[in-house]
Design a protein around this ligand. Sequence first.
Ligand SMILES: *Cc1c(COP(=O)(O)O)cnc(C)c1O
Length: 423
Amino acid sequence: MNVSREFAISLDNQDPLKHFREEFYVPDNQIYFDGNSLGLLSKRSEKAVHTLLESWKKYAIDGWTSAEYPWFYLSEEIGRQFAPLVGAKPNELINTGSTTTNLHQLVASFYKPQGKRTKILADELNFPSDIYALRSQLQLKGLSPDEHLIQVKSSDGHTLKTEDIINAMTDEIALIVLPSVLYRSGQLLELDTITKAANERGIVIGFDLCHSIGSIPHELSHWGVDFAFWCTYKHLNGGPGSVAGLYVNEKHLGREPGLAGWFSSHKAKQFDLENILPPALTAGAYQIGTPHVLSLAPLIGSLEIFSEAGIHAIREKSLRMTDFLIDLIEVELEDFQFQIASPIAHHARGGHLYLTHEYAASICKALKTEGVIPDFRSPNGIRLAPVALYNTYEEIYRAVHIIKRIMIEEHYKKFQNKRGVIA
Ligand SMILES: *Cc1c(COP(=O)(O)O)cnc(C)c1O
């Protein structure tokens, strides 16, 4: 195991993606390991925002059809560009809404309690927003969330077992919603195996790809996933509040969405302004209202970068980076009671690592004063995300040595072991 600075530099020199770092505004004097919460701004995204602003200035109302990127078709156009990232057909994709509103839309469309099949299967480790949405959808149907939401339990508090998930797919389950990568431990679930089991039992299944999109390749169509949804401000670098994405398997297209609006319409018929919705025959039907054009602009630039870099090369580098980080943690931090709570096996590891420590909140605060940007997750976790497009191996080397110094000098003890408002 080589954990030297020279080795880190040699990995950087051989890195086929190294030139992408120059495309981003990497904060000065910082080691930014929080790209899984908010990705960095790229120069191409900045340019795209300017272009869209200019098109408003220049075209006013005619921008909908005549701008350089006609606004009326932009959600579909960007949606198509998700195809190589999620392994889906262009007509199965749309850029719309937010993660949570898309989940509401998809549950409103795909949750059809009938006879004995009335329950929704989720897990106890998913991000709370998803759980809140599922509970409120049950309530809207007049069903008790305490009875009808089944959450697969974790035996170690950090990870889920595929067999526990499959065993929970009983004949009472009408719908399954799971994350692809768990937001704390970074466990990558066995999406293909889980989907296959759901398909065999006739249960509709959807995934939240927030922590895997832009970091890990997917084969949604091939696996037979019914629907998926994701945000675009984490690994996809779309900026704060950027417009989200969703996928609906082709076999479900052509129907009315659960939550309809005039942007659910077939595009050619939308301005007929009829009282009965003619739904789009694509995933575009899952839009509701007018697209947030200025908040989807950064994606024009950002997705171009992903298309050039290629998701497989990104995944390869990401795994190599977290491998190097794990090696460094094992060698340099062995005396300081950190636990790596992320799966070590490549097939189960997402794009970030999760370390637990009794003083995690204090350590995160101390790290920020030293220019290392991790994020703290309650109750005792430190997430570190070296991002393939803009982080370097040398930064990983330096970050771990900064953690080591903070522990040796007990610098973290100067900070309260409590989270801030946003953590
Ligand atoms: C980031 C994230 C969200 C955020 O939802 P928004 O609607 O974009 O605020 C939801 N679910 C998961 C799993 C996430 O990681």
